[in-house]
Design a protein around this ligand. Structure first.
Ligand code: FUB
Length: 360
């Protein structure tokens, strides 16, 4: 795990009232946290009704969850999240509203623990919140909840999406109206322990894959018209190198780990993701939403903390990278969402950003 040196960690109050919206913290294109009342991470940003909405994980303090049946052989037990709070703002740099609880684990009939990185979508007058959580058998599944408002509250469906597994759902709607879910995450995200959709808690570790084999890949599935189920069985997305060969399992600086995100720029599909233990956000491009994709380069250099997870959105003609780091807390599992301008060069390549906060 990477260690960052910060001479003084800010002492911040993160008590935050869960029941009332609060407004006032200004976003900062220079990268200040969007809110400090609570810890937030894994930001999925969208423009709904002309306003920027951010759907983050809500990190909470407390001891790591126990590694007991049926949650044996878990990793990531410090990420013990129980609910979702939505952030919104008129524009980057404007005041941020921290909305009340949008969905609580007690209101999700099938979920037992660990509500990790969510995403949201809008179709036919309804807002959809997609979220992973462990079920009572210890397997990550992906749920969906609906609302008439982008900030919720959301009402969860009684069962997870059929055929869903692992973590980090993100939903992209193409210009033709078709929507796709990308998902998956290694190690604690269980992708490597789910074969043909069946979760095996004693299944392989990521390291068990031979170095020369293709790396694990994010999954993709088209959504049904009502956005509540997969229209087809999920399949692995192909990520290739410049020679058309699959990125290999031992290619730690380029291979997929978690946090898949799709956006479209000048007619090309950009699949971005985290490389996990090498702590980069990287991207690959392709001509179709389900791939194949060709690796292009880095978007974000490592930030403070082990995880790195982002989203990319256009607002008022400008592109933005939402990301999170652990600079304020000094603890990997207590993060703060930030935002930075994202730029392309003339060929459509994304310029690499270094948002690491150096020793002060
Ligand atoms: O926040 C919990 C997990 O950490 C997310 O699902 C991953 O993407 C990583 O950020």
């Amino acid at each position: 795990m990477k260690t960052f040196v910060t001479a003084s960690l800010a002492a911040v109050s993160l008590a935050g009232c869960a029941h009332a919206p609060s407004t006032g913290t200004a976003t900062d294109a220079a990268g200040a946290p969007l809110v400090t009342e609570i810890f937030t991470a894994d930001p999925s940003a969208h423009v709904f009704e002309g306003r920027l909405y951010v759907y983050p994980s809500h990190d909470i303090e407390g001891p790591a969850l126990p590694d007991i049946a049926p949650f044996l052989n878990s990793q990531g037990n410090a990420f013990r999240m129980r609910d979702y709070r939505v952030l919104s703002m008129d524009r980057v740099g404007g005041p941020v509203t921290l909305h009340p609880v949008a969905l609580d684990i007690d209101d999700v009939p099938w979920a037992a623990r660990q509500m990790w990185a969510p995403d949201a979508a809008f179709k036919n007058g309804t807002y959809y919140l997609y979220f992973p959580a462990k079920d009572r058998q210890g397997a990550f599944r992906i749920g969906v909840a609906t609302s008439s408002s982008p900030a919720g509250p959301f009402t969860a469906r009684p069962e997870p999406i059929k055929g869903s597994f692992s973590i980090d759902p993100s939903v992209f709607t193409d210009d033709d109206g078709r929507s796709y879910m990308y998902f998956g995450g290694l190690s604690g995200g269980q992708l490597q322990k789910t074969v043909n959709g069946v979760f095996n808690p004693d299944g392989p570790r990521e390291a068990d894959r031979a170095p020369h084999e293709p790396a694990y890949a994010p999954m993709v599935a088209p959504m049904t018209g009502d956005m509540l189920e997969f229209a087809e069985a999920p399949r692995a997305v192909e990520i290739l190198d410049a020679k058309g060969q699959p990125i290999r399992a031992d290619d730690a600086e380029r291979r997929f780990f978690e946090a898949a995100w799709m956006h479209k720029y000048r007619g090309k599909y950009y699949l971005s993701y985290s490389t996990g233990g090498t702590h980069y956000i990287v991207y690959a491009t392709g001509d179709y939403p389900q791939g194949p994709f060709t690796y292009q380069g880095r978007i974000l250099e490592p930030v403070a903390g082990w995880t790195t997870h982002h989203s990319i959105v256009q607002k008022d003609g400008k592109w933005w990278l939402f990301y999170a780091d652990s600079q304020l807390s000094g603890k990997t599992w207590l993060r703060n969402v930030r935002v930075a301008p994202l730029e392309y060069d003339r060929e459509g390549r994304i310029k690499t950003m270094d948002r690491s906060i150096k020793a002060m």
